[in-house]
Ligand binder design. Structure first.
Ligand code: SF4
Length: 353
């Protein structure tokens, strides 16, 4: 496997996950409005603006609870593609808002904080990809969904963890493949498909920190718990790789998309689960299954970008119709081809293996 040097700007220290009431109290003081009144304002503005609020599974609980739809990056793109609301508010990170805008060029797309980025998406830019393509003329470019619109515009396929294997298997064996930006996911896909690829050396700063040996220690302490590994958002690629390599015991461990993670937990005879992904997903799991116990495989797996979206910023975005997300029409047109291919290849129904 060829590897490019990581372009990450260094690790970002994880931040403490602020509790919902603590965050609302802080916002209440800042906004000089009570927490229930703030949430009421959001509901009223949503009606007034004919807006739909889409929230990623890693958002803070208050945002998840007030959203019209909560899901992973693929589900959010699908929701954005089918909405008829005049305004889309993306409570997630910036590349997700770009995707919503590309799918809805005529609608207003808002993101409550434009600084909500993604270290994985930032690990490669369009210039770097063009240079890389120049070194491998004729290669097929397969980009993970965690990429900017400009990178998607330089790509042949945009994929999620759920459909990446099928896309890679469909590429004629005589074609070189450039896979980006997640190095661990690329290595995992090489192992599962048997296909050699050139893999970009990018990573998610949150999930690069999830240690397989720590997960095994937690499993040893919770022998009855099932391990649920979420493959979306580039988040557990290192864990996926370790599992496929046998470093993590494969028994009672399941690689599942968000929806299947929830379905699996609901149908499982087990009532204890270790969840290896960003900690925000625990809110949705616990909310939908209050009788079962969910624990983070690594409580430090908190994405500070995802936590930048707060009810106060959401209220202000709806009130001011700002910040708006715009994508250059020429870039959007080319990126749309790769995004449509992602939406056309369904994610596998079970695990990604
Ligand atoms: S958890 Fe990682 S991959 Fe997901 S948005 Fe945050 S930085 Fe990006």
């Amino acid at each position: 496997m060829n590897r490019k040097e990581s372009r990450n700007g260094g690790a970002v220290a994880p931040v403490r996950l602020v509790g919902p009431m603590e965050e609302l109290r802080r916002q209440e003081a800042a906004a000089q409005v009570s927490a229930p009144a703030l949430l009421d304002q959001i509901r009223a503005l949503r009606r007034e603006r004919d807006a739909v609020i889409l929230a990623h599974n890693y958002q803070v609980p208050d945002i998840q609870d007030i959203a019209d739809f909560v899901g992973d990056s693929l589900a959010l793109a699908q929701a954005a593609a089918r909405t008829d609301a005049g305004v889309i508010v993306m409570c997630g990170v910036f590349f997700m808002a770009e995707t919503a805008k590309i799918l809805n060029p005529e609608r207003t797309v808002l993101i409550p904080d434009v600084n909500a980025g993604c270290s994985l998406a930032d690990s490669i830019n369009a210039d770097q990809l063009r240079t890389w393509k120049g070194e491998h003329p004729g290669a097929v470019v397969v980009s993970y969904v965690n990429t900017t619109a400009a990178v998607k515009a330089e790509s042949d396929y945009c994929v999620t963890s759920g459909n990446a294997e099928d896309v890679i298997r469909s590429i004629p064996p005589d074609r070189e493949i450039l896979f980006l930006p997640d190095a661990f996911l690329g290595a995992y896909l090489e192992r599962t498909t048997g296909r050699r690829m050139h893999v970009w050396m990018g990573e998610c700063h949150v999930h690069a920190g999830i240690r397989p040996d720590e997960i095994e220690a937690r499993r040893a302490a919770n022998p009855d718990a099932e391990l649920l590994i979420h493959p979306e958002c580039g988040c557990t690629a290192q864990v996926l790789w370790a599992r496929s390599a046998g470093t993590i015991d494969q028994s009672r461990s399941f690689v599942l998309s968000t929806e299947k993670m929830i379905t699996h937990a609901r149908q499982s005879a087990s009532n204890q689960f270790l969840v290896a992904t960003e900690s925000g997903i625990l809110h949705r799991l616990q909310k939908e299954m209050p009788d079962k116990r969910f624990e983070a495989a690594d409580p430090g797996a908190v994405c500070r970008y995802m936590k930048m979206i707060t009810p106060l910023k959401l209220r202000d975005a709806l009130r001011d119709l700002h910040p708006c997300v715009e994508v250059d029409p020429e870039i959007a047109c080319r990126a749309r081809v790769a995004i449509d291919r992602m939406l056309a290849v369904p994610a596998r129904q079970q695990s990604v293996e």
